[in-house]
Design a protein around this ligand. Structure first.
Ligand SMILES: NC(=O)c1ccc[n+]([C@@H]2O[C@H](COP(=O)([O-])OP(=O)(O)OC[C@H]3O[C@@H](n4cnc5c(N)ncnc54)[C@H](OP(=O)(O)O)[C@@H]3O)[C@@H](O)[C@H]2O)c1
Length: 256
């Protein structure tokens, strides 16, 4: 009979979470720390949110290092990885950082396109390139946060949706390259998550109302729905999931 290990035991793990100081990234960083990982949580601008994240994780008994670095900048990504690997190997990378203005595709300016693509998609490539040699064979994991807007057309989501499409495609290519080492690369696409930056969308109220109506579960996601899925995908229990984008949206996509 198979005896299953606890998939949420991350003692002895080193984890790097980009965009780890707000929203979903903060929740994942906090949960990884609470389950034993030594966490590097990255952010770009919001020092106050970063301080609050550090305090909350430490108050809960976790170990965290907060690193300010713009993952849209290749040198910053390199430095971020160097910091994360200082004490040895890296076991888990969760790429949550994202930025973008809510606009229809033809209204996106070239500089906005570049920024969104670089932070969402190119950063994943650079993280994989720099951290790849330092990822632990056998249990290394790279997980990115994606979005349903990668394959569906959401209002005013032209740049972010396109960047998430690139991220998902890159996830498949990286997954094939890393698989022989027992390192998995996957993405997770939740539906709209209550209490996060999606509330800044100009039509948030009507989009959220429609999503509640069209989602069989009858509500938006909370970060508490996303965190266990993310930790599972970062765990040894998910070793056979390779290059996938896992859609977990309460059934919303089934009903569109
Ligand atoms: N929210 C949703 O409903 C939803 C749904 C599907 C997918 N997602 C995806 O889930 C992820 C997290 O979303 P969220 O809404 O929780 O995010 P959020 O609240 O907007 O937080 C974004 C995080 O990324 C950091 N960040 C932004 N630009 C960065 C850069 N250039 N370099 C480094 N860090 C940077 C931010 O740092 P600062 O605080 O310093 O700005 C912050 O920590 C994103 O990839 C998003 O696309 C979200």
């Amino acid at each position: 009979m198979i005896r299953l290990a606890n998939p949420f035991a991350f003692d002895g793990y080193r984890a790097l979470v980009t965009g780890g100081t707000r929203g979903i990234g903060r929740a994942i960083a906090s949960a990884l720390a609470a389950h034993g990982a030594s966490v590097v949580a990255n952010y770009a601008r919001d020092d106050r949110a970063a301080d609050e994240t550090r305090q909350a994780i430490e108050d809960a008994g976790g170990t965290v290092e907060i690193v300010k670095a713009n993952v849209g900048n290749p040198d910053d990504v390199h430095q971020l990885v160097e910091t994360a690997r200082r004490s040895g190997t890296i076991d888990v990378i969760v790429h949550c950082a994202a930025v973008g203005t809510f606009k229809r595709a033809t209204a996106v300016r070239a500089n906005q396109w570049d920024l969104t693509m670089n932070v969402c998609a190119r950063a994943l490539l650079l993280l994989a390139e720099h951290a790849g040699p330092h990822l632990t064979d056998g249990r290394g994991r790279i997980l990115s946060l994606s979005s349903r807007g990668s394959t569906r057309v959401l209002p005013d989501y032209g740049a972010i949706g396109s960047a998430k499409g690139a991220l998902e495609s890159l996830t498949r290519y990286l997954a094939v390259e890393f698989a022989p080492r027992g390192i998995t690369v996957n993405a997770l696409a939740p539906g709209m998550v209550e209490g996060t930056s999606i509330a800044g969308h100009p039509d948030f109220q009507s989009l959220a109302a429609d999503a509640r109506t069209d989602t069989p579960v009858g509500r938006l996601a909370s970060v508490d729905d996303v965190v266990p899925l993310a930790l599972f995908l970062c765990s040894p229990a998910a070793a056979w999931i390779v290059g996938e984008t896992i859609v977990a949206d309460g059934g919303h996509s089934l009903c569109l």
